[in-house]
Design a protein around this ligand. Structure first.
Ligand code: CMC
Length: 427
């Protein structure tokens, strides 16, 4: 462990601070006693240079364009594991050792997929046009009124149960948000179906139908669709201390119910520059409308007098191609070849946008590359997922990450309430 010296040029005094060696990535200055030692605090709006916690869950190398969950590259995880395996991995620390363990965990999630009858009735209070992210955030908060058994904060089992329960229920809640918004009756979870298949079934199926769940003509839920959704969810499972995860940790730091903290995370994720970008990308591709208009929109994105931003481009940490976007781009092409056809109108515009942006100095100088949201919407559209469910699907994917972060926060005896300072410039 090294040290770093800070010299106050006004007083000539110098102060030494420890450097923390991270197991990967750059060192950090331990500034936790900065104020006590120097009487001065640090200013870092947006926390671009500040670590708020220690974590062992995911690691991002923004220069290389690399993302690891517990030390394993996401590219390996999407090849060999299901989303429920990754949920188990993140919240308990272990990947399933064999198929039996994998199935048992998936089965536990399926059994936890049913919603309390009172919660189901609450869907009625939301207008048809309510955005599902608002409904989800509200209903996850309501879960805290139904499940009060998290109370023993020192008991890790309570937090495990809390995590498994909400991971199990969130697909049902997402599917019901959609069905409620179109006036369709709810479909009970079917525990004979895997976690992902069950979600697609609850989203699309006809209740009590002898036909095979066919809201779109005779189409069944294919293995290929299940595989694709598994991959998409795995890619969203955790991502360091992004805005929504930080929100979950900040709210949890006050000692509130874990589902209240997760509800706040859902609200944070909804924002268009965070998880809401996947929905905005699709709307923006439609707004561009034709490959011949791409140059005009790229010019707008570069114009400092225009608030227009290219959605699905840029990232605080990645200054290289987002590895999640790389996997999704390949997945998009594979699915297209294997029979899940992409909308060529959207695909062609997206490809042109990427081509023009990546050869433009403005984007090159700022390290602006496609992020996870750039291609996910095109694939979700091909999977017949309604556009307003894109961000709720992100919620489904991120749920194990938020739960793992909550468990980690809860286990840390040194965790303190989040309480930043301010640079006061008022009267
Ligand atoms: N289009 C045009 N210019 C951009 C874009 C963009 N999408 N993103 C960043 N820039 C410019 C920005 O104007 C600034 O230029 P300058 O240095 O001349 O002032 C420079 O690049 C740095 O941008 P920043 O806003 O300081 O970067 P940030 O780290 O604060 O913001 C971001 C990161 C993701 C919010 C931003 O890149 C953005 O708004 N992107 C579009 C929305 C989006 O796709 N969000 C999804 C992020 S990935 C999923 C997730 O984790 O939530």
């Amino acid at each position: 462990m090294g040290t770093i010296t800070l010299i106050n040029n006004e007083t000539g005094k110098s102060y030494e601070f420890d450097l923390i060696d991270c197991t990967r990535g750059p060192k950090a200055i331990n500034f936790s006693k900065l104020f006590e030692t120097t009487g001065i605090f640090s200013y870092d709006p947006g926390y671009g240079s500040t670590a708020g916690c220690e974590s062992t869950i995911s690691y991002i190398d923004g220069k290389k364009g690399e993302l690891l969950y517990k030390g394993i590259p996401i590219e390996d995880l999407v090849m060999h594991y299901s989303f429920s395996d990754i949920c188990k991995f993140l919240i308990s620390g272990d990947l399933p050792k064999n198929e039996q363990e994998s199935l048992e965990f998936d089965l536990e999630l399926r059994h936890r997929g049913f919603l309390h009858e009172k919660l189901k009735r609450m869907f009625d209070v939301f207008p048809d046009r309510a955005h599902p992210m608002a409904t989800l955030s509200a209903l996850v908060s309501v879960l805290s009124t139904l499940y009060v058994d998290y109370k023993d904060e020192g008991d890790t089992d309570d937090y495990q149960t809390m995590a498994r329960r909400i991971i199990g229920k969130i697909p049902t809640m997402v599917a019901y948000c959609y069905r409620n918004s179109v006036g369709a009756p709810f479909i009970q979870p079917d525990i004979s179906k895997s976690y992902i298949e069950n979600f697609l079934y609850m989203l699309r199926g006809y209740p009590h139908s002898r036909l095979k769940h066919t809201i779109y003509g005779e189409q069944e839920i294919s293995e290929l669709e299940i595989k694709a959704l598994n991959k998409i969810l795995i890619l969203h499972a955790d991502h360091g201390q992004n805005a929504s995860t930080t929100t979950v940790r900040n709210v949890a730091s006050t000692g509130v119910h874990p589902y209240a903290a997760i509800s706040s995370g859902i609200s944070a994720l909804w924002g268009p520059v965070h998880g809401g970008a996947n929905e905005k990308v699709l709307r923006q591709l439609n707004e561009i409308g034709d490959v011949k208009n791409v140059d005009k929109f790229i010019a707008r994105a570069k114009d400092k007098n225009d608030s227009f931003r290219l959605m699905g481009f840029g990232h605080r940490v990645y200054k290289n191609y987002d590895p999640r976007a790389k996997v999704l781009k390949t997945l998009k092409d594979e699915l297209d070849q294997q029979g899940i056809k992409m909308d060529s109108y959207l695909s062609d515009i997206a490809q042109k946008v990427e081509e023009v942006a990546l050869s433009d100095d403005y984007f090159k100088e700022r390290g602006l590359y496609p992020n996870v949201d750039f291609y996910s919407g095109i694939i979700l559209t091909a999977l017949k997922i309604p556009t307003e469910l894109f961000t709720p699907i992100f919620v489904m994917g991120r749920m194990p990450g938020w739960c793992a972060q909550l468990i980690e926060h809860n286990k840390n005896p040194h965790a303190r309430i989040t309480r930043p300072r301010q640079v006061y410039l008022g009267k």
